[in-house]
Design a protein around this ligand. Structure first.
Ligand code: ATP
Ligand code: MG
Length: 325
């Protein structure tokens, strides 16, 4: 494909993220439906060209677990990335629409993400760096694919320069400044799987024993650490809590700094306390969420986990499931 901005017809806005927006478009000369991501970056033309060169690696990423790439181009001042359109959208959108995801589907998600990560790393030495439900896509054929992986070092740098995200899927070692490894993606997968199985982000104040609810604030990384709350303030907070105000919703949010501290200092979240999930699922999630990266397995090793092997052989019909929403 020789992609030019004037050859596209906008069809539908698919969503907005931190770094830009995604639209469903038609590439008119070929009639191909695509998802076009517009990445807002404030970079010099030379840097933008470098990013474009680096993105070309995506042409060589061919796996049934990875979103296919049609091409990228500069549409001043933005970069547009054109990829395969997934008609059921991302898994965060799906669970927000239909509620907690069936654990058999979650197992299939785990399998697909591990396959995708293993492919990216073994074949291209690419670490994803941004595994989360909004980057796991689903279509009506029942396929599960990952997108938005870190192919371009320059793109990663440019985006890091322009925004400080609410990187709540980030592993403890990353928060503490260690290098990204493929095991950081495994942590993010563990958090994502709990979110899908419970139908809510796992770090929230219905955690019970968590003291996250001692905090509130805005998602601003530059905000100073809050003073310790007095007992009176805590009581007030409890009252609000009992009215069902959640950390993420209802206008109350903890600061990103507080969340990052929690991830580093508190025990990792688990599937177990909430659910009637299979023991293998609990065990798999626990092994993704070992806080010590040396103890955590790689995606390739985790493909041998009993829960994943079972997901591979089960004939749960994802296409039929997709037709229910
Ligand atoms: P962030 O910017 O923090 O990574 P995000 O992943 O939600 O968040 P985008 O990557 O810009 O942000 O994507 C926005 C939304 O567009 C996604 O949540 C997803 O629902 C939708 N989307 C992205 N790519 C596709 C695609 N190829 N097919 C269908 N929908 C897509
Ligand atoms: Mg995304």
């Amino acid at each position: 494909y020789d992609l030019r901005n004037e050859d596209f017809r906008d069809m539908q806005e698919l969503g907005q993220g931190n770094g830009g927006s995604v639209k469903k478009v038609e590439h008119v000369p070929t009639g191909t439906i695509m998802a076009k991501k517009i990445v807002l970056i404030d970079a010099k033309p030379s840097v933008r060209k470098q990013i474009l060169r680096e993105l070309q690696i995506m042409h060589d990423c061919n796996s049934e677990y990875i979103i296919s790439f049609y091409g990228a181009f500069i549409s001043d001042p933005n970069i547009c990335i054109c990829m395969e359109f997934m008609d059921k959208g991302s898994l965060d959108g799906i669970y927000k629409k239909i509620g907690a995801i069936d654990i058999d589907v979650v197992a299939k998600v785990a399998l697909a993400v591990l396959e995708g990560l293993t492919y990216l790393y073994d074949v291209h030495r690419i670490i994803h760096r941004d595994i989360k439900p909004s980057n796991i896509l689903f279509n009506s054929q029942g396929q599960i694919k990952i997108c938005d992986f870190g192919v371009s070092g320059e793109l990663i740098n440019s985006i890091a320069d322009t925004f400080v995200g609410t990187s709540t899927y980030m592993s403890p070692e990353r928060i503490q400044g260690a290098q990204y490894t493929v095991k950081s993606d495994v942590w993010s997968l563990g958090i994502s799987l709990i979110e899908l199985a419970l139908g809510r982000f796992p770090f929230s104040d219905s955690d019970g024993d968590s003291d996250l609810s001692d905090f509130e604030g805005t998602l601003s990384p530059s905000r100073p650490l809050p003073p310790k709350r007095t007992q009176e303030e805590k009581d007030k907070k409890k009252k609000r809590k009992s009215k069902g105000v959640s950390l993420q919703g209802g206008g109350m949010t903890m600061s990103i700094l507080e969340l990052l501290q929690h991830i580093v200092n508190e025990p990792a979240p688990r599937l177990t306390p909430e659910g009637r999930f299979p023991k293998e699922a609990d065990d798999f999630v626990d092994s993704c969420l070992l806080k010590e990266p040396d103890a955590r397995k790689t995606p390739k090793d985790l493909l041998k986990h009993p829960w994943i092997e079972h997901a591979r052989t089960t004939n749960f019909d994802l296409e039929a499931w997709a037709s229910t929403f």
